[in-house]
Design a protein around this ligand. Structure first.
Ligand code: GSH
Length: 291
């Protein structure tokens, strides 16, 4: 299905495209931003590796495009960045807009099994399957994007999304990183609310979507996983993020390639993630064969 270009903005020698396309996973139009680095915009075009960035609660594709500072290093390393939206929009489902941490802009990147979200909040399918296929099937965009060579990252709810999709789909992404991820959602208030609403009351069923649970059972032994958490992050202090549980799961499973860094004094905001976005782009660039 076609992508409609709403804007094309010059950025760090490349272009930030603001796009919209119809999605069968969500039954809605979906906004998505894509940064094409100068390395892709050659004549003829060059296919470059792709980093998917999943945003946090309340966000749209705009937040990170405007203030995540990913374009700076993506331009230098020669990778494209895809910024999808955080949920379907405009469905007007009951309960969808009652709170900022559930429903619209709060999909948690899972496929809902519960009404009224079932059949529409299919964000895992959208991110892992429909969106990459739509991009590689688009004659214009496919010239620039090597969708067989992709990595994933994200912030907060999007950190949960990145970690869990990497672990649920072995081999789909060459690496993963996360800023302040909701690392053990089955054990924190945000995750309990979201998983209860989208997946129903069976807490056992939630575990298949929880990065800590998935890492504890990881078969491959080797992950390419970088996680940053700020020690001044109020959501960390409130027990919403639980990175210690993720680290314990990595140790228990004897997983290699797991790196968790605590960044002194940093909070939960984009000031934090922008401060370390160069590192996360380098992490992806290394595993995508660019460094
Ligand atoms: N709206 C919430 C804050 C939500 C929040 O901090 N969201 C993070 C992701 S979990 C974010 O990136 N917000 C948008 C932004 O900072 O641009 C509140 O009032 O406490």
């Amino acid at each position: 299905m076609p992508f409609e270009t709403k804007a094309s903005i010059a950025s760090f020698g490349g272009k930030l495209l603001k796009l919209s396309h119809p999605s069968s996973s969500t039954t809605t139009p979906m906004a998505v931003n894509i940064y094409l680095p100068p390395a892709a915009l050659t004549t003829p075009p060059t296919k470059v590796p792709v980093l998917f960035y999943l945003s946090g609660l309340t966000c749209s594709p705009e937040n990170c495009s405007e203030k995540g500072f990913f374009q700076h290093n993506a331009s230098r390393r020669g990778l494209a960045v895809v910024y999808p939206d955080t949920s379907p929009r405009g469905l007007n489902l009951p309960g969808e807009k009652d709170a900022w941490d559930f429903g619209e802009a709060a999909s948690f990147y899972i496929d809902a099994t519960q009404e009224p979200f079932k059949g529409k909040y299919n964000m895992e399918t959208y991110i892992t399957s429909e969106l990459p296929q739509a991009l590689s099937g688009d004659p214009e965009l496919a010239q620039y994007l090597d969708l067989d060579n992709k990595a994933i990252t994200g912030h907060s709810m999007g950190g949960h999304g990145a970690l869990s999709l990497y672990l649920k789909h072995p081999g789909l992404y060459k690496s993963v990183s996360a800023f302040a991820p909701i690392a053990n959602p089955t054990r924190c208030p945000w995750g309990e609310k979201a998983f209860g609403g989208y997946l129903g009351p069976d807490r056992e069923a939630w575990k298949a979507h929880d990065s800590t649970e998935l890492l504890a059972k990881w078969k491959g032994k080797d992950v390419k996983m970088l996680v940053d958490v700020g020690t001044g992050d109020n959501f960390y202090k409130q027990g919403q993020l639980l990175p210690e549980n993720l680290e314990a799961a990595a140790k228990e499973a004897g997983v290699e390639g797991f790196e968790l860094r605590y960044q002194d004094d940093y909070d939960h905001s984009y000031y934090f993630m922008a401060s370390f976005s160069d590192d996360h782009v380098d992490h992806a660039a290394t595993h995508l064969g660019l460094l």
